[in-house]
Design a binder for this molecule. Structure first.
Ligand code: FES
Length: 345
């Protein structure tokens, strides 16, 4: 059984007609367990059909420096069971089961200059980063923020206030589809171009899939290397982390050996045939990054520099990534007897 706790809903803030922020109170004895980095997410339990439950991941919009409470911001998704239940049913005083914060969509330092690219509710983890960098860091931020129309802009007021308070450190460029049409790959390349490139700022990108696809292509067109591009995709989990760790894949085939470069250190392990690379590394005590564990977010991406692996599922890496040797550790099984992977390249 996963390590979750029941948190009280202290406040529900209506951000726009179809988005709310939930303020969740963390008791002092759990403060350390629920400490987080800007850009991370919470996995919460919501009611499923016929008395079952479902796990849903929502990004934190608060900054760790705002105080002890956690804030997640949730936008209604058409037919979305979790988001509609939260928007329709939660009120102060109710409780929510939540796993401790997780995720790798988080800057290494608050002092670096960043390009932030968000659309719709993709602003949520980006807002956490903005709040943290402006409060505690020295980084300069450019935010490209696309929305359907003016009324659907989450955090419009706060962003205006922050840009006025930090005119030399935060620039916000809004894109409204009602005025400018859908942002295309060419539009996004034109907007991002001055701020990035092979040696430019690190980029944090979050939004709906068509926007993310257009933005990813635009950034790769500009020469942004994969390791400087941080992508957060919202996924609906098919396994329930509140109940089990999920089934293991087949264990057919001979074992292999893997050499791993991570954070400047080299490690060598026997790699059992049916074990996913991420599971192996975490079992061996390595701090290998991950988020969804379902092949849908790319937080676990690493590069195969020797040998071969096969992926069980890949919903996020494109052909350019694959050609460059990137794989998803959470979905990778060994193919050759010797495999070498690097998280540092
Ligand atoms: S952890 Fe999300 S793709 Fe591997």
């Amino acid at each position: 059984m996963a390590d979750f706790h029941r948190l009280a809903v202290a406040e529900v803030v209506q951000e726009t007609a179809d988005a709310v922020s939930l303020v969740l109170r963390v008791p002092s004895e759990l403060a350390e367990r629920y400490a987080y980095r800007p850009g991370q997410f919470l996995t919460v339990r919501v009611p499923g059909p016929d008395g079952t439950s479902l796990a849903r991941c929502y990004s934190l919009s608060s900054s760790p420096h705002d105080g002890g409470d956690l804030m997640v911001t949730v936008k209604r998704v058409a037919e979305g069971r979790g988001s509609n239940w939260i928007c329709d049913h939660l009120s102060p005083g109710m409780e929510l089961d939540a796993l401790p914060p997780e995720g790798t969509f988080t800057p290494r330092t608050l002092d670096a200059d960043l390009l932030l690219v968000a659309a719709g509710s993709g602003i949520t983890p980006v807002m956490s980063i903005i709040r943290a960098v402006l409060a505690r860091g020295r980084g300069h931020l450019v935010l490209l923020y696309a929305n359907r129309d003016e009324r659907s802009v989450i955090f419009a007021e706060e962003l205006r206030g922050l840009a006025e308070a930090h005119p030399d450190r935060l620039v916000v460029a809004h894109w409204l589809e009602s005025v400018q049409g859908l942002p295309t790959r060419a539009h996004l390349a034109g907007l991002a171009g001055p701020f990035t490139g092979p040696d430019g700022r690190e980029v944090f990108l979050c939004g709906p899939t068509p926007f993310m696809d257009a933005a990813t292509h635009a950034l790769r067109d500009l020469g942004v290397p994969r390791k400087r591009l941080h992508i957060e995709r919202f996924v609906s989990l098919t396994e329930d982390p509140f109940e089990s760790a999920g089934p293991q894949p087949d264990t057919a085939g001979p074992d292999s050996t893997v050499e791993v470069e991570l954070d400047g250190q080299r490690h060598r392990f026997r790699w059992p045939a049916g074990t996913k690379l991420l599971d192996l590394l975490r079992e061996r005590g390595l701090d290998a990054p991950f988020s969804c564990r379902e092949g849908a977010c790319s937080a676990c991406a690493c590069r195969v520099v020797g040998g071969e692996v096969k992926m069980l599922r890949n919903e996020v890496l494109d052909q350019t990534d694959l050609d460059e040797g990137y794989v998803l550790a959470c979905q990778s099984l060994p193919v050759t007897e010797e495999v070498t992977v690097s998280y540092d390249e």
